[in-house]
Design a protein around this ligand. Structure first.
Ligand code: IMP
Length: 373
């Protein structure tokens, strides 16, 4: 049976955590394949509100095996803290439902120090990293001087608590798929932050796109069924780097998106830069990942905006299309037919321009505030 993949179509923070949580019960395993605790996936469901950085968002479901794949970098201190926080609220986390790849690399305190030194040295050209040591840990991996989770015996206090979780997750996944089980691969960051296909050098240090889903787990192309792209109904970016459809911070629409969308980083608390949906960037993500399904998140955040713009460059010429907004609230709408006509027109416009069908529309942070086909 197949593996499906969830990937952010923009610069991260699209709402992947909600979709993984929504779909997780249909899968035997949920797997992180890239990045580390630079990610921050917020999940709000019947059990409460959770901010997960390393542990796959499937942990909130019984009977789902969560896997941190070989493509990830792991700060053991952060992982132990996250496990403890989940246990504190009664969520079971044990070597039975959380497995860590023996090949994932360890983030050490020196990587975190180096991250901050590098950012200082970059001066005006800083990347605006999350400061979690991600880049330096991947640098050591590529330089072939890193430490993998299989070496954790060198740190007895970590080995004591995490040792039982470490295994060959590639083999585990192979066995699950060969036994006809379904597997969900949970992307981190977004396609436009990919080390190869993103806005280099203002990117993260791993492949957050579909290729990373394979190398970061050890699965093969024929394992993949759906590749689901997650997009916000507008756009945000944290940290530095180009953002063609950015709205000036002083513009009331930027304030509306920031406040109504709670656009503050889950990991760093930083204010996110806000802007309009960008067709060209979205098409680049669709091409890079081969999305066959997409979700449009946070539609409700656009409620009350008079005119909705979309960056739709033609032949490299900057061009905005303007669509009429809607006054009615879309919060919690579960049935497409209940959406305001102008919201439907906006979604139809996106489908037409992106040449892809929208499968899921999110109308609020909770699991059931969703329209799905
Ligand atoms: P790093 O991954 O900490 O090295 O940061 C590199 C760039 O990716 C910075 O612009 C970060 O703000 C951005 N970034 C990293 N992780 C995330 C994420 O999960 N969401 C949004 N942006 C992220």
């Amino acid at each position: 049976m197949p593996a499906d993949v969830i990937i952010g179509g923009q610069w991260g923070d699209e709402g992947k955590g909600k979709i993984v949580d929504l779909l997780a019960s249909k899968y035997s395993a949920v797997v992180r394949f890239s990045g580390g605790n630079n990610a921050g996936h917020t999940v709000i469901n019947d059990l409460g509100e959770f901010k997960l950085h390393l542990i796959p968002s499937g942990i909130l479901h019984d009977n789902v095996t969560c896997i941190i794949g070989n493509g990830c970098v792991i700060d053991p201190k952060v992982l132990l803290y996250e496990i403890d926080k989940l246990k504190d609220v009664g969520i079971k986390v044990s070597p039975k439902n959380l497995m860590i790849s023996d090949k994932a690399h360890i983030i050490l305190p020196r990587h975190i120090e180096k991250d901050s030194e590098q950012e200082k040295a970059r001066g005006d050209f800083k990347i605006g990293t999350t400061g979690r040591g991600i880049g330096p840990a991947y640098m050591d991996k590529v330089a072939r001087s890193g430490h993998r989770m299989e070496n954790i015996a060198e740190w007895p206090e970590w080995e004591e608590k995490l040792g039982g979780h470490i295994t060959s997750t590639q083999k585990l996944l192979r066995d699950l798929l060969d036994k006809d089980e379904n597997v969900l691969l949970e992307g981190a960051q977004g396609a436009l932050l990919d080390i190869d296909h993103g806005s280099y050098p203002f990117v993260t240090s791993s492949n957050s796109t579909i290729g990373g889903a394979l190398t970061g787990t050890g699965l093969v192309p024929s394992d993949i069924r759906d590749t689901i792209g997650i997009f916000k109904a507008y756009a945000t970016r944290v940290g530095e780097g180009p953002f063609p459809s950015e709205i000036e911070k002083s513009n009331p629409v930027a304030k509306h998106l920031l406040e109504k969308g709670h656009e503050f980083g889950t990991t760093t608390g930083r204010e996110r830069r806000c802007g309009w949906f960008d067709i060209e960037s979205a098409k680049h993500s669709i091409m890079t990942n081969g999305f066959n399904k997409i979700a449009i998140m946070k539609l409700d955040v656009l409620d009350g905006i008079k005119e909705i713009k979309v960056l739709n460059n033609i032949d490299n010429k900057i061009k905005y299309d303007t669509l009429s907004g809607w006054d009615q609230s879309t919060i919690g709408i579960k049935d497409y037919s209940d959406l305001p006509e102008n919201a439907k027109k906006y979604l139809n416009y996106l489908e037409k321009e992106l040449e892809i069908k929208i499968d899921i529309i999110s109308t609020g942070p909770k699991r059931d505030q969703t329209i799905s086909n």
